[in-house]
Design a protein around this ligand. Structure first.
Ligand SMILES: [Zn+2]
Ligand SMILES: [Zn+2]
Length: 590
C-alpha cells in the first residue's frame, strides 16, 4: 500500500500517532476480511480523517450486516496482540508473496526501488511502507461505518472495488463522542430539517441546485435580510439592485468570461447580442460607481446588494443548500482611496464580528490568504495590500493564520471560518482586496490634486449566501432557531373548540406587537397539537383553556418542555425581550 499516505483527507501532523493507529486498523480489517473471504483481492488501505478504509475485491457484495461480523474478527485479532513484523524483500520475492493479488502486483511493478517493504501481522501479509503500531493490541477503539463502491485508483475504466470505511480513536470515550457527533450531525442535517420544518425544496422539475423557498423558509430569510439591510445602512452602506443578466461584453471586460468560463452558463441571444446570467455582482456595482465622475470627497463609497447569482457546479458536488447553482450573496463593494483601505477593512471586520455574534456563532478561525502563483497586480502592491489586511486584523486583536498562496488571483483576502455547535467549519465572512477590476474598468476618482486616481476596491460578504447561511444556522441550532429567527414564535393552542375565538384574539394582539403568532385551531387533542408545535420547533406555546380564559393568565410551554404561568404582560415582555436580545430561547425566570 505505497499509496497509503496520499489521501487528501490526511490528518494534521499532531495526530500522527492516531494516524498510525488508524492505518494499522486498516491492516487488521484487511486480515479479518481475508479470514472471512480467503479469495479476497486487496487494493489499498490508508488512514483518512477520523479513520481509515480498505478496498477489496470480493466474491459477493457486502451489506451493512457484514460489518459487525468483520468487527468481531478484528476484535479477536486485536485481543491476540499480534506484532507487526517488517521486512524488506526483493521484487521477485515480493511478486511471489503477492501472487494472485493483481492490485498489489500492479503497485509493486510501479515501485522504483529494488527492495520492497512488507509488513505482516498474524497470517496477513501486506505491501506497505508503514509505519504501524508495534502490535495489534495497541488499537484501542474502532468501529466500521459503511461500505461503498470505489473504482481501483479512482479510474472508472478499472474494476469497481468495495471500500469499507471505519473510524478509530485513542480511547473508547473519544470514539463514543465521535459516533455521537456523527449521529447528531445526521439529526441536524439541514436537508432533513429543511424537509421536516417545511422550509425549502429542490426538485428535479425545477432543476438541481435551484432552491424553492417555502413560506416558513422565506420568513427566516426575510428576517435575516431586513436585519442585514438595516445594519448595513447604519454602517454607511448604500443598498443597490442590479439586473440578473448582462451583456457578454461586460463579462469579457471583467475577465470572468475568460477566467470563470467553466462556471458560467451559456450566453443567450437578445436582439443579436450575447447576454449572460450573472455569476457575480461586482461589474454592476462598478457601473453604478462609474455612472458619473467621483471626487475624493465622496469616498469611501460602499454599495451593498443581496445579489442573486448563478454559477455552474457539477451535479455531483451539489449539496442541499450548502452547494447550489443559484444563490443570493450578501455582497458589497467598497470603493476607496488606498489610504482609506485599512480603516475600511477594520470596519468590515467589526461588521463581520457583529453579524457572527448576532447569529450566535461564537467560535471562528481567521485566515489571511497571500499571493497565488497566477496573479494580477505587482508584487509591491500585493505586499502592501497583504500588510494592510494584517494590520487591520492586529488592530482588532484577531488571531489569524497565513494561508500561503491561497489568495484570489486579483488580490489577498481574509477568510473567516465559523464553527458550528458540533465544531464543524463553515465558510463565513470574506474580505478581498482587488487590484484587477478597478484597472480593467478604469474605476477612478478625482483626487485633491485634480488628477485621476484608481480606486482601491474591496469585495466582501459577511454571511456568504442566504442559502448556505440558512444551512449553517439550521445545523448549528439543530433546527431550534433563536426566537427572533423562528418562522412562528408563539403557537396558541386552544384546548377545545370553544377556546378558539379567545385564541384568535390573543393571536391578533401578538401580531399587533410584531410577534409572529399562529393558532392551531384543528379539532385535535391538545397533546397532539403540543407535540406538533414541538416538532416544528416553535419556541413557545400558549395553551388556552377555561382556566386561562377566566383568569387571563398564560400557560406557557417552551420547546424545551419547561412550563410556566405568566401574566399576559409578563409573557409578552418576556417574548419581546427574547426577540430584541436575539437570544436562543425565552427565559421566563429572568
Ligand atoms: Zn501499512
Ligand atoms: Zn465582487
Amino acid at each position: 500500500m505505497m499509496t497509503c499516505c496520499k489521501d487528501s483527507q490526511i490528518n494534521r501532523p499532531e495526530d500522527e500517532d492516531l494516524e498510525v493507529i488508524r492505518h494499522s486498523a486498516a491492516h487488521v480489517m484487511a486480515e479479518a476480511v481475508h479470514s472471512l473471504f480467503p479469495d479476497a483481492r486487496f487494493g489499498i488501505g490508508p488512514a483518512i480523517k477520523d479513520g481509515f478504509y480498505y478496498d477489496f475485491e470480493l466474491p459477493r457484495s457486502l451489506t451493512p450486516y457484514d460489518l459487525p461480523v468483520i468487527e468481531e474478527v478484528m476484535r479477536r485479532i486485536i485481543a491476540a496482540d499480534l506484532p507487526f513484523d517488517h521486512r524488506m524483500a526483493s521484487r521477485d520475492e515480493a511478486c511471489g508473496v503477492f501472487a494472485g493479488q493483481p492490485y498489489k502486483l500492479e503497485l509493486i511493478e510501479e515501485l522504483p526501488d529494488e527492495q520492497v517493504s512488507i509488513y505482516q501481522q498474524g497470517k496477513f501479509v501486506d505491501l506497505c511502507r508503514g509505519p504501524h503500531v508495534s502490535s495489534t493490541g495497541k488499537i484501542k477503539a474502532f468501529k466500521l461505518l459503511s461500505v461503498a463502491g470505489a473504482y481501483w485508483r479512482g479510474d472508472e475504466t478499472r474494476p469497481m472495488l468495495q471500500r469499507i470505511y471505519g473510524v478509530a480513536f485513542a480511547t473508547q470515550e473519544e470514539l463514543d463522542e465521535h459516533l455521537w457527533k456523527i449521529e447528531e450531525a445526521a439529526r441536524r442535517d439541514h436537508r432533513k430539517l429543511g424537509r421536516d420544518l417545511d422550509l425549502y425544496s429542490i426538485t428535479d422539475d425545477i432543476g438541481p441546485g435551484l432552491v424553492l423557498w417555502h413560506p416558513k423558509g422565506a420568513v427566516i430569510r426575510r428576517v435575516i435580510e431586513d436585519f442585514w439591510k438595516d445594519e448595513h445602512y447604519r454602517r454607511g452602506y448604500e443598498l443597490v439592485y442590479t439586473p440578473h443578466i448582462a451583456k457578454k461584453d461586460l463579462w469579457q471586460t471583467s475577465g470572468h468570461w475568460e477566467l470563470y468560463r467553466d462556471n458560467l452558463y451559456s450566453p443567450m441571444d437578445i436582439d443579436g447580442q450575447d447576454y449572460i446570467i450573472k455569476p457575480m455582482n461586482c461589474p454592476g456595482h462598478i457601473l453604478i460607481y462609474k455612472s458619473r465622475l467621483r471626487s475624493y470627497q465622496e469616498l469611501p463609497i460602499r454599495y451593498a446588494e443581496l445579489g442573486t447569482v448563478y454559477r455552474y457546479e457539477r451535479s455531483g458536488v451539489l449539496f442541499g443548500l450548502a452547494r447550489v447553482r443559484g444563490f443570493t450573496q450578501d455582497d458589497a463593494h467598497i470603493f476607496c482611496a488606498f489610504d482609506q483601505l485599512e480603516e475600511e477593512v477594520v470596519a468590515v471586520l467589526d461588521l463581520a464580528q457583529f453579524m457572527m455574534d448576532s447569529f450566535g456563532f461564537k467560535n471562528y478561525k481567521v485566515y489571511l490568504s497571500t499571493r497565488p502563483e497566477k496573479s494580477a497586480g505587482t508584487p509591491e502592491a500585493w505586499e502592501e495590500a497583504t500588510a494592510i489586511l494584517g494590520r487591520a486584523l492586529k488592530r482588532r486583536e484577531i488571531n489569524y493564520e497565513i494561508d500561503p498562496g491561497e489568495g484570489v488571483f486579483y488580490g489577498p483576502k481574509i477568510d473567516i471560518k465559523v464553527e458550528d455547535a458540533l465544531g464543524r467549519g463553515w465558510q463565513g465572512p470574506t474580505i478581498q482586496v482587488d487590484f484587477n477590476l478597478a484597472q480593467r474598468f478604469d474605476v477612478d476618482y478625482i483626487g485633491a490634486d485634480g488628477k485621476e486616481h484608481l480606486v482601491a476596491m474591496v469585495h466582501r460578504t459577511v454571511l456568504g449566501s442566504m442559502e448556505r447561511f440558512l444551512a449553517s444556522l439550521l445545523e448549528h441550532y439543530g433546527g431550534n432557531l433563536p426566537v427572533w429567527l423562528a418562522p412562528v414564535q408563539a403557537m396558541i393552542i386552544p384546548v377545545a373548540d370553544r377556546h378558539v375565538e379567545y385564541a384568535r384574539k390573543l393571536e391578533a394582539e401578538l401580531r399587533e406587537q410584531g410577534i409572529r403568532a399562529a393558532v392551531d385551531a384543528r379539532s385535535e387533542r391538545m397533546n397532539l397539537k403540543i407535540r406538533q408545535a414541538q416538532l416544528e420547533k416553535v419556541p413557545c406555546m400558549l395553551v388556552v383553556g377555561d382556566k386561562e380564559m377566566e383568569s387571563g393568565d398564560m400557560a406557557v410551554r417552551l420547546r424545551s418542555g419547561e412550563q410556566v404561568k405568566l401574566t399576559w404582560q409578563g409573557f409578552t415582555d418576556c417574548l419581546r425581550r427574547a426577540i430584541i436580545e436575539r437570544v436562543p430561547d425565552l427565559s421566563p425566570g429572568a
